[in-house]
Design a protein around this ligand. Structure first.
Ligand SMILES: Cc1cc2nc3c(=O)[nH]c(=O)nc-3n(C[C@H](O)[C@H](O)[C@H](O)COP(=O)(O)OP(=O)(O)OC[C@H]3O[C@@H](n4cnc5c(N)ncnc54)[C@H](O)[C@@H]3O)c2cc1C
Length: 101
């Protein structure tokens, strides 16, 4: 699909390629911060893989869950799901920082 761009379209602060969760989240945050955003999507519809995903969010070790959890349990699960040492320190940092308040 071709979209005509008027002269106002030149005043763009941020161009985002792809209208999935990542792109649209970045666009929404940038627009909230006052930037003029242009999202370019190559497919005929927006959504990408996100549109067909389960939409589940894994938030380990949070106080809202109805079962006991811990950072160590979450790390054990991730180590089993990703059986390689590559990225281990990043996984650990992710778990440490993904604390639900
Ligand atoms: C069946 C299924 C179930 C899933 N369930 C879950 C779940 O429950 N929980 C979870 O956390 N994750 C789940 N996932 C994974 C999750 O959906 C993806 O990790 C996530 O949607 C990726 O988001 P994204 O924004 O990075 O990519 P996408 O949503 O794929 O968006 C990328 C967009 O960029 C566009 N694009 C690509 N190249 C260009 C270009 N050159 N120019 C312009 N546009 C371009 C694409 O057309 C697409 O629209 C699931 C995935 C599948 C397939």
């Amino acid at each position: 699909m071709m979209v005509a761009m008027d002269s106002k379209s030149k005043n763009i602060d941020l161009i985002i390629l792809g209208a999935g969760a990542g792109g649209l989240t970045a666009a929404a945050v940038a627009a909230t911060e006052g930037l003029k955003v242009l999202v370019l999507e190559k497919a005929a519809q927006v959504g990408g893989t996100t549109a067909i995903s389960g939409g589940m969010i894994w938030a380990p070790n949070n106080h809202l869950a109805n079962s006991p959890d811990s950072l160590e349990k979450a790390e054990t699960y991730l180590d089993a799901a990703v059986p390689t040492d590559a990225g281990r320190s990043q996984r650990h940092t992710f778990l440490e920082l993904s604390v639900v308040i």
